[in-house]
Design a protein around this ligand. Structure first.
Ligand code: SIN
Ligand code: FE2
Length: 219
């Protein structure tokens, strides 16, 4: 019997392509594909130490996206606000170290988008199930905005919203597939972005889930 996985394997691999979505913003189609096996292996180790959990926003809402972190700093939210912390608030232990393959991929993607020497110290890992979404926001909890954001998508597809510098600016709708990476920095660093509610889907490796790794230099 031919499984979905076999079907995927028999498709010719698409050559990576870069799509410009802003002056300093790019979608790197399929860029993460050669790394997937290693990323998922490393993720299993991270998850065992620091499980995914749904956090509470300062406004008192439970996020539909579940998250964990790796690296020296991890992004967290609770009733007191958004912040980066060295320790997992659930265990009190430091977040798992950033695996070498994560660093390699983030650094290579940043360089491909024109940002040399990107060394992230934080990797936020988001897990979406169908229906989960992320409302428009700016990434502005970092110490400096001189470094880009590198955002890796795995699993079921999502529609990424890439807006402007005010919340009401019209947002581009960008389809993100397994293996795609979005990089934004420079004058685009503070653009609003978000993810529309995920449609029900199944991915051969990840099932009905989307995993997003967001790399940042936070400290
Ligand atoms: C984020 O903005 O933190 C995540 C974006 C995504 O899941 O693609
Ligand atoms: Fe973000």
């Amino acid at each position: 019997m031919q499984t979905t996985l076999d079907l995927f394997d028999s498709l010719p691999p698409e050559p990576p392509r870069a799509v410009q979505i802003g002056t300093h913003a790019w979608v790197l189609k399929g860029f993460a594909l050669p790394y997937v096996e290693q990323l998922l292996q490393a993720l299993a180790t991270i998850e065992a130490q620091a499980p995914f959990r749904q956090m509470i926003t300062p406004g008192g809402f439970t996020m539909s996206v579940a998250l964990t972190n790796c690296g020296a700093l991890g992004w967290t939210t609770d009733r007191r606000g958004y912040r980066y912390a060295a320790n997992d608030p659930e265990s009190g232990q430091p977040w798992p170290a950033m695996p070498a393959v994560f660093l390699q991929l983030a650094c290579a993607a940043a360089a491909a988008a024109g940002f040399a020497d990107f060394v992230p110290d934080a990797c936020l890992i988001n897990r979406y199930v169908p229906g989960a979404r992320l409302s428009l926001h700016q990434d502005k909890d970092e110490h400096s905005y001189d470094h880009p954001i590198v955002s890796v998508s795995l699993g079921i597809p999502a529609v990424f919203l890439f807006g402007g510098h005010t919340r009401s600016d019209k947002a581009q709708r960008i389809g993100l597939m397994h293996g795609d990476i979005v990089v934004w920095g420079g004058e685009d660093r503070l653009r609003y972005h978000g993810v529309l509610p995920l449609k029900p889907a199944e991915h051969p490796l990840l099932g009905a889930r989307r995993i997003n790794f967001t790399f940042r230099k936070a400290g």
